[in-house]
Design a protein. Structure first.
Lengths: 422, 411
């Protein structure tokens, strides 16, 4: 008779292999990471630039420069560029963050050399036509107007602003009037410094022939793109605060609680990762178990640690029924207190360690995921030995260290709390 | 191209296996052939509420998530109008944990009052978060009953109204399980670092003892042909006005699906698409525009949405949109056809990245008739001609086949 009460035996993976990238260099000394793997006939080429918010003098400029790259160049109109890439079934993804901006081309492998020239053209010679800026302004203002009615969006931006202050690029928020400041001249100027002189690294992943890789390297060399890195900024940050903003028609309140915290390079980073996972980093976390699965106050609640170049932050985030707002906040602080005062049980710690090991395996599965992992390492000036240290540190961390970590970083007086809703 | 093997257990469970030994993981996907269309009109939102209850512990195992996480696995699920789908990925050495967990919850659930009570609240909060507390979040709650008068697609997966969820009883939930959650109403697919032999051995061990059930034949009321244009005006406190239009079109398994899908690609796929170039760039009446077909198992909908530029009237925007839709009925050139074929090929290739997607595809196409269909999609798209697309456009994009929701900004 089959015994359904007893779980099958579980084994922890003995050794996790991470595929090493092949690293070449452009003539300008920029590293090119190549990860040839995967079952699909597709290729991803990502160019990363030191052109995020950090390097920009004013809000929105970094994002707008990145968004408008494909809206017309010296040679092609915006419509012609779109037609050229769409025709081959290729698509672009552009991303602009706190530190970095990137442009990624996804293409069928067989069309990689046909689509490459358009990628290089829009990265190297965008024209930022006034007409396109007008359309962008209109779209952006309307999208912002919609977002400003959402409690979650409002809470997120108030939180970032409260943590870093508007004087620091990490604390900037975008306002409707920022769209009016955009001009061809300002965008071209930022493109000159951030893109033409800001290439940080290139990542090629998927099924790539030697021919197509050489073509990419050659195109980058001929483009004259120069290498660049991030600037430093003044580190003057605001005090912690508690803020409540009322939105009278809200059915739910958005809650953000957290603090500024260290980056990936800090000695407590790995321990904190385990602590954060226990608190709110996976479906079975304390916050989910209590506030969703026991109380039913929310559809979801989670916590995370964001590591940026100069300073990271920790956050807890949720949207709860307006009528249970205070009860939910009370439970969140209670969970933090429990982590400060009580040792995590051996069972829970084992579960979280195994979960994190499995999550790590998922995070390197497939060529694109693998490339993203190597991108994280590269942009943080790390190499694959860091991943081995991470896995070993997770395995070694003790319940007492978790408690110490909670006492160091989860003191209520150090936490900023933002609530938007009713 | 996904290589696979297929076999059936004595209780009627279909099992599909795709081996990929380049990954240390395995994905396991279980598709149950039950969705919101199978609900009682007075108890809508049930299939989705049920999906939540599937994580509340099963007959022999008090917690689903804990043992899975202990084994390094992760899981999720989704419900739509046609199916309820559960999937997990797990390091291959612990695959048996997945079989143990999934087979026990197919056998029976724990059905506790506490679990039902909590998940009712969670789903009510989900309803608020996604549909009520978002600008334009209630669009589908309004569009569906406008387009469908008889067929159960007239309600959304989340349910017609909050009270249906709030009133769900344990008895209702149990009978829903008994009716639909059976091996002969499910498809199991395994993709990743697992051999066919191992998958077969585990499937026989854990799933074959589960008895088959009398799954009721589906007799859904079919939607009568729509004979007149329907319109609804909504005035809400939103930042700007939106225009939504839907037309009845073919079902997923019909041959016309491919031409209809390409029609929606011509209209709005990518920045070079017609609606974007004409109505966002050249004659800006919209700031954003999108078109897609839903691809439901029964007769489905083609959907177009435009977000109006401030200052442009609803009439002007609608007129401009209809002019473009008229043009596509008689004017498509070879280059445009080539473009949407490439787009379709590329989407297929990218959509099969990763073992979890492959497992889902195999199960989904098996439900449509044969897992092997997933390898024929590309050639089906390639056989579509310009004439096919123009014919579908003419058939579908008719006034009397259309339902329009004009969502006006109050101020």
């Amino acid at each position: 008779m089959l015994n359904r009460h007893t779980a099958p035996d579980i084994k922890t993976a003995a050794d996790l292999n991470v595929q090493e990238p092949e690293i070449r260099q452009t003539r300008a000394g920029v590293p090119v990471y190549i990860l040839r793997s995967g079952t699909q006939e597709v290729l991803k080429t990502e160019l990363v630039f030191a052109a995020g918010n950090m390097a920009a003098p004013v809000p929105l400029l970094a994002t707008a420069t990145n968004d408008l790259l494909d809206e017309g160049t010296a040679k092609y109109s915006s419509a012609e560029l779109a037609e050229a890439l769409d025709y081959f079934g290729a698509y672009l993804e552009s991303e602009s963050g706190a530190d970095w901006s990137s442009v990624t081309l996804f293409t069928l492998s067989k069309f990689s050399q046909k689509t490459l020239p358009f990628l290089m053209e829009l990265v190297c010679a965008p024209a930022f036509p006034e007409q396109e800026i007008r359309t962008y302004r209109q779209q952006g203002k309307q999208r912002l107007a919609v977002n400003l009615t959402k409690v979650d969006f409002l809470a997120r931006r108030k939180f970032i602003q409260a943590l870093f202050g508007e004087a620091h690029p990490y604390g900037r928020i975008i306002k409707p009037e920022d769209y009016d400041q955009l001009s061809t001249e300002a965008l071209k100027k930022y493109h000159q410094s951030g893109y033409l002189n800001g290439l940080r690294a290139v990542f090629i992943a998927g099924q790539a022939s030697e021919e197509s890789i050489s073509a990419i390297l050659k195109a980058i060399d001929e483009s004259g793109l120069q290498s660049g890195s991030l600037p430093a900024a003044e580190r003057i940050f605001p005090e912690t605060s508690k803020q409540f903003s009322e939105k009278t028609d809200a059915l739910q309140s958005a809650i953000r609680i957290g603090r500024r915290l260290f980056t990936r390079h800090h000695p407590d980073y790995f321990k904190f990762s385990v602590l954060n996972t226990i608190l709110g980093g996976y479906f079975g976390s304390r916050l989910m178990s209590n506030i969703r699965e026991d109380k039913g106050y929310t559809y979801g609640i989670g916590s995370g640690l964001v590591s940026q170049d100069q300073e990271g932050y920790f956050f807890i985030s949720t949207e709860v029924g307006a009528e249970v707002r205070e009860a939910a906040i009370h439970e969140i602080y209670l969970e933090l207190k429990k982590l400060r005062e009580e040792l995590v049980s051996p069972q829970e710690l084992r579960l979280v360690k195994n979960y994190l090991t499995g999550a790590f395996q998922r995070s390197i599965d497939g060529p694109f995921a693998l490339a993203d992992k190597h991108k994280m390492l590269c942009l943080n000036n790390l190499n694959t030995s860091y991943l081995k240290e991470y896995l070993a540190a997770i395995e070694q961390v003790s319940a007492a260290e978790i408690k110490d970590c909670a006492n160091l970083y989860f003191q209520e007086g150090d936490l900023t709390e933002i609530v938007v809703g009713k | 191209m996904i290589k696979f093997e297929k076999f059936s257990l004595k209780n009627g469970l279909t099992v599909i296996v795709h081996e990929d030994h380049s990954t240390p993981l395995v994905a396991m996907n279980i598709l149950y052939k039950v969705g919101a269309r199978d609900e009682d009109p007075s108890q809508t939102g049930f299939a989705h509420l049920f999906e939540h209850l599937m994580f509340g512990g099963s007959v022999n195992i008090p917690s689903y998530d804990e043992p899975l996480q202990l084994a390094g696995g992760e899981n999720n699920a989704f419900t739509n109008n046609d199916i309820t789908n559960y999937y997990l990925t797990i390091p291959s050495q612990n695959l048996e944990t997945g079989f143990w967990l999934e087979s026990d919850r197919m056998l029976s659930l724990a059905f506790t009052e506490k679990s039902l009570e909590v998940q009712r609240s969670v789903v009510v909060e989900e309803f608020k978060q996604r549909y009520l507390n978002q600008p334009y979040g209630d669009v589908w709650l309004k569009l569906r009953p406008l387009a469908y008068k008889v067929h159960p697609y007239r309600w959304a997966t989340i349910g017609k109204e909050l009270s249906h969820i709030e009133n769900a009883s344990l008895g209702d939930v149990k009978s829903f399980f008994k009716k639909w959650y059976a091996p002969n109403n499910a498809i199991l697919s395994i993709a990743g670092n697992c051999t066919l032999e191992r998958a077969r051995e585990l499937a026989v061990k854990w799933f074959e003892p589960i008895p088959a059930a009398d799954v009721p034949a589906r007799h859904l009321p079919q939607e009568p042909v729509q004979n007149e244009k329907r319109t609804e005006e909504v005035f809400e406190d939103v930042p700007h006005s939106h225009l939504y239009m839907v037309w009845h079109c073919c079902a997923r398994h019909e041959h016309e699906f491919f031409a209809t899908d390409l029609l929606s690609d011509i209209l709005s796929r990518g920045k070079s698409s017609r609606l974007y170039q004409k109505l966002v760039k050249q004659r800006p009446v919209f700031t954003e525009v999108s078109a897609y077909m839903l691809g439901d198992l029964d007769k489905s909908l083609l959907y177009v949405e435009g977000k109006l530029v401030n200052g442009v009237s609803m009439e002007e925007a609608e007129k401009a949109l209809l002019e473009e839709l008229e043009r596509v009925k008689s004017d498509i050139d070879d280059r445009e056809l080539g473009k949407v074929r490439h787009k379709a090929e590329s989407s297929l290739e990218f959509s099969e990245m990763g073992i979890a997607n492959k497992a889902l595809h195999l199960a989904y196409f098996e439900m449509l008739g044969d897992a092997g269909l997933c390898n024929l999609q590309s050639s089906s798209y390639n056989s579509v001609t310009k004439e096919d697309i123009m014919r579908v456009a003419t058939d579908v994009l008719r006034d009397e086949n259309c339902s329009i929701l004009r969502y006006h900004a109050k101020s």
